[in-house]
Structure formats: C-alpha cells, structure tokens
Design a protein around this ligand. Structure first.
Ligand code: HEM
Length: 317
C-alpha cells in the first residue's frame, strides 16, 4: 500500500488543499446521510437562513415570529444547520482548490478543468440545496442532490489524481490494462445504475411513509414492490462485475495500487450487500441507511480511481 502513503504525503500545498477538499466532501456526504436518517431535512424550514436567523436558537421560546415553537426540534435544527456549515466549508475549500489550480492553468489544463468543474458544481449544489428545502423535500430533487454530490466527489478525486499523476503513475502490462479498462468502465456504469435504483427506493419509501402514516417503519419496504427486488438482485451483478475485475488484475503484483483497489472494491460491495440485507430484514434502521449511502459513495470513488490509474498507466510488456 505504498501508493496510499504517496497520496497521503502531498508534495506541495496545492496537492494538500485538494486532498483536504476531497476528505471534507466525503465528510459532508456522511453528515448529509445523518440528516436524512434523522429526518432532519426540514430542521431549518427556510434557506439560506434557519428560522429567519443566521444562527438558530437552542430553545423554542427564542424563535422569532411568525415561527411556531411547536414545530421546533433542537436536534433536527442543529443537525441541518451543521450540515449547512459543513456545506459552506466544502464550498470554501473548493474555492481554495480552484485558486491553487489557477497556477496549473498552463502546465496542466486537466487540473484546472477539474477544479473549475468542482467549483461550478458546488455552486449549483448550493442553489439546489435551497430548492430542495423550498420544495418540502421533493424526492427527485434529493436524488439529483445526491448524484451531484457524487459527481463533485469524483471530479475532486480526478483533480487530486491529476495533480499527483506523475508520482502515482503505475506500470501495467498492455493486455491486462486493456481488458481491465473495459471491465472497470462497465462496472462503473452498472454501479451507478444500482445507486440510482437505490435512490428510487428511498423516494418510494418517503412517499409510502407520507401516504400511509399508520404503517410501522418496518412495513414500508413491503409496499415498494418490484423495485426492491430489482435492487437486491442487481447487487449480484455488481458483485460479479467486481470479482471479474479483481480476477482480471489478479496477475499484478500484490502491492500494486490497482490490485489493492480491486480488493477494496470487493470488500466494500460485500459489506454493502450485508448492510442492504440489514436494512431489509431489520426494519430500516437509520444507522444502516447512513452507512449504506456512505459505502455507495466510497464504492464509486474506488472504482473511478482504479479507472484513472489504468487509463494513465504505463503499458509494459
Ligand atoms: C452493490 C450493492 C448496493 C448498492 C451500491 C446500493 C446502493 C444504494 C443506494 C445509493 C441507496 C440510496 C440511499 C440514499 O438515497 O440514502 C440504497 C437504498 C436502499 N438499498 Fe441498497 N445498495 C446495494 C445493495 C442492496 C441490497 C442487497 C439490499 C437489500 C437486500 C439493499 C436495500 C436497500 C434499501 C432497503 C434501500 C432504501 C433505504 C434507504 O433509504 O437508505 N441494497 N441502496
């Protein structure tokens, strides 16, 4: 795992900033999952302020008019507020990455392009976050918000990778590289479809809980129908693709970065399937929802990094 140590000890300040930006974006996805699992999405009913204030109160009596103290829940409000603060921190880190990347404008246009794309996407995401709240948490908007978050994460991963490309460049025999590139591209596509399917279930669950308030949480999934079965069964396709990829890069050295990533990818998918089973059979525990979402983000990033390493690998015989 020498390559991890290499990424972890960036050579210059820009690389360090980009790496921190990536880490804090991942943390934001975790906090976002926490908000959703706690049902705190409307913890702040307005946007960009929270109950009309820049810093929300901790007591219901301190709410300004016309807000109703009965609709105030200190935990939900502060969870959503912290989510917004981390979102602002991500925005600032992305701006810092963009400023740093301006230096690379001439020497590496891809680094500049990645940082610019992250900046545009994060501005859009900030605006979309406001629309999500104003729509009263419209299901498809939450899904779009999640897809954009994954896009930002991977654009940042691309920026980090490109800024360290020469240090990370791996050597891979031409025949293995070609085959593995095909497999990982297909795997990325089917994994993305699985994520979209998962978010469709989440949308359906929100709709069911609103439409049938008498149903207990553990009964919601039973109402989802075929989509749930498709999402479960499709996991085996994702796992089969991951194992195929692992076998394709199997002849590489044990410590090779791509092989490490293929192994990590397998483990993440297996844990993800176990978490999914836990969600289905234990009545949708919120804590499993958080990790199910987090591992989906990790899985896509691991696969994308493997794709980048292979695409830029030095072909050897
Ligand atoms: C490769 C495997 C899998 C991936 C990548 C995956 C991904 C996802 C994603 C991204 C979501 C949406 C989460 C959100 O919007 O917060 C989701 C939801 C869900 N998944 Fe999976 N999933 C996988 C396997 C499974 C399996 C095997 C099961 C069941 C046996 C399952 C059950 C569920 C359930 C019940 C939900 C809705 C719960 C929620 O709102 O979080 N998943 N999945």
């Amino acid at each position: 795992m020498n390559w991890i140590a290499t990424v972890y000890t960036p050579a210059n300040r820009f690389q360090r900033t980009a790496l921190w930006t990536l880490a804090i974006t991942f943390f934001l996805i975790f906090v976002g999952g926490l908000v959703r699992a706690a049902g705190a999405g409307l913890g702040c009913p307005d946007w960009p302020r929270c109950f009309g204030l820049w810093i929300p109160p901790i007591r219901a009596e301190s709410l300004p008019p016309p807000y109703d103290p009965a609709e105030f829940n200190v935990i939900k409000t502060w969870l959503e507020y912290v989510n917004r603060l981390v979102g602002v921190a991500v925005g600032l880190f992305i701006i810092a990455t963009f400023i740093g990347a301006c230096r690379f404008g001439r020497s590496d246009r891809s680094v500049f392009g990645g940082a610019t794309a992250a900046l545009v996407l994060v501005l859009y995401q900030g605006w979309l976050g406001g629309q999500v709240v104003q729509s009263g948490l419209e299901g498809w908007m939450i899904s779009l918000h999640m897809v954009i978050a994954l896009l930002i994460l991977n654009v940042l991963l691309f920026t980090v990778y490109r800024s360290q490309r020469d240090r990370l460049r791996a050597a891979v025999p031409g025949a293995i590289r070609r085959k593995a590139l095909y497999i990982i591209s297909g795997l990325l596509l089917i994994s993305f479809i699985q994520i979209v399917l998962g978010s469709q279930i989440r949308e359906a669950l929100a709709h069911i809980s609103d439409t049938y308030p008498h149903l207990a949480r553990g009964e919601w999934l039973g109402e989802v129908g075929a989509l749930d079965m498709i999402h479960r069964s499709y996991s085996w396709l994702v796992l089969a693709g991951a194992i195929w990829f692992y076998r394709a890069v199997g002849p590489l050295d044990h410590a090779h970065a791509v092989r490490d990533l293929a192994r990590l990818n397998n483990s993440v998918i297996i844990v993800q399937i176990l978490l999914g089973a836990g969600l289905a059979y234990l009545g949708l525990p919120p804590v499993l929802q958080i990790f199910h979402l987090l591992l989906a983000a990790l899985m896509i990033s691991v696969q994308f990094l493997a794709l980048l390493l292979l695409a830029h690998a030095k072909a050897v015989s």
